[in-house]
Design a protein around this ligand. Structure first.
Ligand SMILES: Cc1cc2nc3c(=O)[nH]c(=O)nc-3n(C[C@H](O)[C@H](O)[C@H](O)COP(=O)(O)O)c2cc1C
Length: 391
């Protein structure tokens, strides 16, 4: 093939650049999509970290992290819902000092962003959860560790330099669950999150395909530390086998838990009220990042209804689709005490181990401070609904 560039080729290249948004034209979409950096060290936002991951990590791993349930409507809505909310800044406020500290369950955290529980970190990086807690510690973030982790609760808490909470599933084997909780408390976990939206995993079209490409990893916290798996019936029908988890299970858990118990995966305000009645210490408004029941609403759309029902009786946290500092600001304005992020730090982990996790946290933390400064809010207490444009 000739290496000479013909006039036709150079015109085609020019047209491709224009389509890519580098050369402007009246028909381009606005704003032009920014070019993706080629490595995480050059990524300056969570969407950019994700774009690098999409290019760099094996497609099955990318899909495993990124995927949602069924047609992934809820995954999309989780993102879109934040961009629909418009902000109403106040100007000429002294924002020369921004204070992002919060207090949750009697403990101070330097900023209201935690790492959401996600299982199987050794699928993404050889140092798995050990890298995650080191990276989080370096960025002063609290971590909610999943019982479906690939290191033991004891090893993870030993490696951690910041607060660790445990997320787990209440399993039919109550003795196993009680032992898990007591191990976590003995290891220094400061809170427990029971995932309540997962009696069985959601419909995930990609699971079977990607699982074939995944190494089989030990689950040192026991085979019962994950949720029941959904296997769709195909040639021969067989009934599904979800775990039995009910409000009575929460009463049982509370009868021996010594640290605060949060319910993760509440969207329905009636459930939120019931959670208060059974003595839960807090709630995480979550749709599991859109990985469970597709077409449930975006969490930020459910949040105000839950907050109204709870009426200050316990802290309400939220996760799902939080990628920008302004998303954190909006969640807090709608009554969340703190937010959690999931996929972004997994992309950071997969790309650069503990350093990638630190980078992701620092990026969103500094964007959040930027959003506070530009909206004229210098403390968490000053973030309320008035920061949103009235509709
Ligand atoms: C790869 C992956 C694994 C997850 N594993 C768990 C888990 O073990 N337990 C759990 O309660 N939630 C799990 N989640 C859900 C997260 O805790 C969280 O709700 C969700 O990721 C937040 O949405 P975001 O990823 O859009 O930030 C997982 C999510 C992902 C992406």
């Amino acid at each position: 093939m000739s290496s000479r560039i013909t006039r036709r080729e150079s015109l085609l290249a020019g047209a491709a650049l224009a389509v890519g948004g580098i050369v402007g034209s009246a028909n381009d979409s606005f704003p032009a999509a920014p070019q993706s950096p080629s490595n995480i060290a050059d990524a300056t936002s969570l969407p950019q970290v994700e774009a690098v991951a999409r290019e760099k990590i094996p497609p099955a791993i990318y899909e495993w992290i990124n995927g949602g349930a069924a047609d992934q409507n809820t995954v999309r809505w989780n993102h879109e819902a934040y961009s629909r909310i418009r902000l109403q800044p106040s100007v000429l406020v002294d924002v020369s000092k921004i204070d992002t500290r919060i207090n949750l369950f009697g403990k101070e955290l330097p900023f209201p962003i935690l790492l959401a529980p996600t299982g199987g970190h050794r699928l993404f990086h050889p140092e798995g959860e050990m890298a995650t807690v080191r990276g989080a510690g370096a960025a002063s973030a609290a971590v909610v560790m999943s019982s479906a982790s690939t290191f033991s609760i004891e090893d993870i808490t030993k490696a951690a330099t910041g607060p660790v909470w445990l997320q787990f599933f209440i399993k039919p084997d109550r003795a196993f669950t009680k032992d898990l909780v007591q191990r976590a408390e003995a290891a220094g976990c400061q809170a427990l999150c029971v995932t309540v939206d997962d009696p069985i995993t959601g419909v995930r079209d990609w699971t079977r395909r990607d699982q074939a490409a995944m190494p089989r990893l030990d689950r040192p916290n026991g085979p019962g530390a994950s949720s029941a798996k959904f296997e769709p019936s195909a040639d021969n029908y067989s009934p599904i086998a979800p775990d039995k988890v009910t409000w009575e299970s929460i009463d049982w858990l509370r009868s021996f838990a010594r640290v605060p118990v949060l319910l993760k995966g509440v969207l329905n305000p009636t459930d939120a009220d019931r959670a208060v009645q059974v003595g839960a210490s807090g709630l995480i408004v979550s749709n599991h990042g859109g990985r469970q029941l597709d077409t449930v609403p975006a969490t930020v759309d459910a949040l105000p209804f839950v907050v109204e029902k709870v009426a200050g009786r316990m802290p309400v946290l939220v996760d799902g689709g939080i990628r920008r500092g302004t998303d954190v600001l909006k969640a807090l304005a709608l009554g969340a005490s703190a937010v959690l992020i999931g996929r972004p730090y997994l992309f950071g982990l997969a790309l650069d181990g503990s350093k990638g996790v630190t980078r992701v946290i620092n990026l969103i933390r500094s964007e959040f401070e930027n959003a506070m400064a530009l909206s004229g809010r210098r403390s968490i207490r000053s973030i309320d609904r008035s920061v949103m444009w009235p509709v």
